[in-house]
Design a protein around this ligand. Structure first.
Ligand code: ATP
Ligand code: MG
Length: 445
């Protein structure tokens, strides 16, 4: 993309309404614009990152054997009356009536809808196990929307629902989700720690929340510092392998890690003192096993091998896709702006032309742009007629992890400069080598 043809409305001033750094940087970098309280328009740069996160979530869910589909955002109230949640859900549910006076709502979550699809079409244990999921906008009329996309009213969520014949199978689905989430967050450059949580209104005995440590997080968390050394890495996973998934769950959840809702001071004190940590975290996902609560309420049953009929065991599993943008920025920025992890960056690198209009510099930038594009990479070429300082400031603000700087002086010696956004270190090299370096960085991603 050439910046002169892109739509990147960066702000020079710090927006007064933003209380935390991720919100401020998303507004300044021209990623989002508030439409009304807790509701945002996604401008091109923000939309690009959102799509990248969505893709990673999809890839990892499909890898785990889960099946994507899409539910409507507007739902009839009847299903929610049937499950018994319509009255109880409270003011967070946005309710409305259509022209015929029928009660409708904007889905805050979708247990009912998925269970309804399931019960309409699945009748036999032979069709299990089954995990269906979607990435879809949700609406919760939060009493205090704040921190930009972190606590919005309209937000993008991946929500998945497993249907299994037995509790044992459903717990395997639970473990599979935990494993797939660990991979998902790591690919986004995040460490999200699974912590024992409270199941709240969804109910059930098994639940973990995934938390990204950040001072601005809304949850207080307590954990054993050893946890932060755990890395998922690129291990081979066989998602059908019950023992392997169970072992990974144990590896990542056996140490003390809890949110304030489940925190137990006495148990925490058994952790050696120098490893006890109290911090704040951002919830970026949650998994649940809740048994047959919804399948009983909604009569979602299957025939067992011996011909009897039983309610299926279920769980639901969410990832806050739009909140993740904020979480990633909270975890990865400096005073100059965002620092995108390579796995989610909106453009792979920037190209800064120090002397737009200089024939040689223009030609070198064009050549770099073409070579990178031919390799399937997306550079953002700052081809505007602006001062170098302004170009650097914009690049730093929007946070591309790598920058190639091209100027007449370097070109005389046959070199351009490659700069790492995170370390600030620069290296001079011939343009072909710069292309190879950038391509190498993204080769495994
Ligand atoms: P919270 O405790 O933060 O209100 P929750 O536990 O009610 O969240 P879940 O029902 O577990 O949320 O939804 C799954 C994920 O969706 C959460 O882990 C979170 O990342 C994201 N999420 C929930 N509410 C919001 C919101 N208002 N804005 C943005 N993301 C949200
Ligand atoms: Mg939650």
């Amino acid at each position: 993309m050439r910046l002169s043809r892109y739509f990147l409305p960066v702000l020079k001033e710090n927006p007064a309404e933003a209380q935390i750094v991720s919100h401020r940087l998303m507004l300044r970098a021209g990623m989002i614009k508030q439409a009304s309280a807790g509701i945002y328009s996604w401008l091109p740069l923000g939309f690009k990152v959102l799509r990248k996160l969505e893709n990673i979530v999809h890839e990892e869910q499909v890898r785990a054997g889960h099946i994507p589909m899409l539910m409507p955002t507007l739902q009839s109230a009847d299903l929610w009356r049937e499950s018994g949640r319509y009255d109880g859900y409270g003011e967070e549910m946005l309710r409305m009536q259509d022209r015929h006076g029928r009660d409708m709502l904007y889905s805050p979550t979708a247990e009912e809808m998925f269970t309804d699809v399931f019960r309409s079409h699945v009748k036999s244990y032979k069709d299990l196990p089954l995990t269906l999921y979607q990435i879809q906008w949700k609406f919760r009329d939060e009493i205090r929307p704040r921190f930009g996309v972190m606590r919005g009213r309209e937000f993008l969520m991946k929500d998945g629902y497993n249907f299994d014949l037995t509790k044992e199978d459903a717990l395997h689905a639970y473990n599979r989700h935990l494993v797939s989430y660990l991979r998902t967050y790591e690919r986004m450059g995040l460490q999200a720690i699974p912590m024992r949580a409270d199941s709240g209104p969804i109910g059930g005995d098994y639940t973990h929340e995934f938390l990204v440590l950040a001072e601005t997080g809304e949850s207080e968390v307590f954990y054993d510092a050893e946890i932060t050394d755990l890395k998922f890495g690129d291990r081979e996973i066989d998602y059908d392998n019950v023992d392997q998934c169970q072992a990974i769950l144990e590896e990542f959840t056996s140490r003390y890690a809890r949110t304030d809702e489940t925190h137990d001071e006495a148990v925490f004190n058994e952790v050696p003192e120098d490893r006890r940590r109290v911090a704040r975290g951002i919830e970026v996902g949650q998994i649940f096993y809740f048994g047959t609560q919804y399948s009983e309420a909604l009569n979602a049953t299957v025939q067992t091998p011996d011909g009897s009929s039983v309610p299926v065991h279920m769980g639901s599993h969410g990832i806050g896709v739009s909140r993740l943008l904020g979480a990633i920025i909270e975890a990865s920025h400096d005073d100059k702006g965002i620092i995108w992890p390579e796995g989610v960056t909106p453009f792979h690198c920037g190209i800064v032309n120090l002397k737009q209009g200089d024939d040689e510099a223009d030609a070198a930038c064009e050549a770099l742009y073409k070579s990178l594009t031919a390799l399937g990479l997306e550079p953002l070429y700052d081809d505007r007629n602006e001062r170098a300082g302004g170009k650097f400031a914009s690049m730093d603000l929007i946070g591309l992890p790598w920058r190639i700087t091209v100027g007449p002086r370097g070109l005389k010696n046959g070199v351009v400069e490659v700069t790492c956004r995170r370390s600030g270190e620069s290296e001079e090299m011939p343009p072909e080598q710069a292309v190879a370096k950038i391509a190498g960085i993204y080769a495994g991603l």
